[in-house]
Design a binder for this molecule. Structure first.
Ligand code: SAH
Ligand code: DHB
Ligand code: MG
Length: 221
């Protein structure tokens, strides 16, 4: 088995289940045009998020790390008419590009982009006694994933789904001496998650058009 085969199979699946419309393809092109890295989830991962949004009947979603709004569009489209998605982005430039993409995708009315550091925004939401979210997607910077998760728990209720992207990093999490800060953050996060008795959790390894990685799925008990 080769990366080429994984890519072909990923395209086979997305051709069946995750066909992108103009809003999604434009969002991916907008990243190139604006010099923003191509680190959105894949089409199949976007559809997977959509399936999870539907599975948990989500009306309130929180996302950390908006980038150009690609994952946001997939999730927001699975929300009901009165659903809301709050997405947190550090870079004002990313937030501005995302705003345009979300409006073009027709979900601008359901999505609020908040610009700022994820930790600070989470602390503000907790202090402001924000209602719990039904689904939380953590996909911002990787080193503080464990801290993000602890804060996310405080914005959860029994049954909340907490999804964390990029927790395997091409298998670099296996190497405890790895200098890469993102891999170290993921390694620390995975260990914490495996011992956290507030959730039941698992990691799904992901192969396909993106680098070999993994998504952690947790349900609050
Ligand atoms: N969820 C997006 C991809 C997010 S990439 C998608 O799949 O389409 C990670 C994003 O997190 C980047 O836009 C980056 O600017 C943002 N980010 C990095 N550090 C952050 C922080 N401390 N707080 C909030 N956002 C952060
Ligand atoms: C990176 C971040 C992501 O969210 C992702 O899905 C892939 C890569 C990164 O920062 O390298
Ligand atoms: Mg990611």
């Amino acid at each position: 088995m080769t990366p080429e085969l994984f890519e072909k199979v990923d395209h086979y699946i997305s051709g069946l289940f995750a066909v992108e419309d103009e809003a999604l393809t434009n969002t991916i092109s907008s990243l190139n045009e604006e010099g923003i890295p191509q680190i959105s989830v894949s089409a199949n991962q976007g559809k997977f998020l959509q399936v999870l949004v539907t599975l948990c009947n989500a009306k309130r979603i929180l996302e950390l790390g908006t980038l150009g709004g690609y994952s946001t569009i997939w999730m927001a489209r699975a929300l009901p008419q009165d659903g809301k998605l709050l997405t947190v982005e550090l870079e004002p430039r990313h937030a501005a590009v995302a705003k345009k993409n979300l409006d073009f995708a027709g979900v601008g009315n359901k999505v609020q982009i908040v610009t700022g550091k994820a930790t600070e925004i989470l602390e503000e939401l907790i202090a402001g006694k924000e209602d719990p979210f039904d689904l939380i997607f953590i996909d911002a910077d990787k080193p503080p994933y464990a801290e993000y998760f602890e804060l996310a728990l405080q914005l959860s209720r029994k049954g909340t789904l907490i999804i964390c992207d990029n927790v395997i990093r091409e298998g670099k999490v296996l190497d405890e001496t790895c200098k890469d800060e993102s891999s170290q953050g993921a390694h620390r996060f995975n260990k914490m998650l495996s011992r956290n008795d507030k959730v039941t959790a698992i990691i799904l390894p992901t192969v396909g058009v993106k680098e070999f990685d993994g998504i952690a799925i947790s349900v609050v008990k």
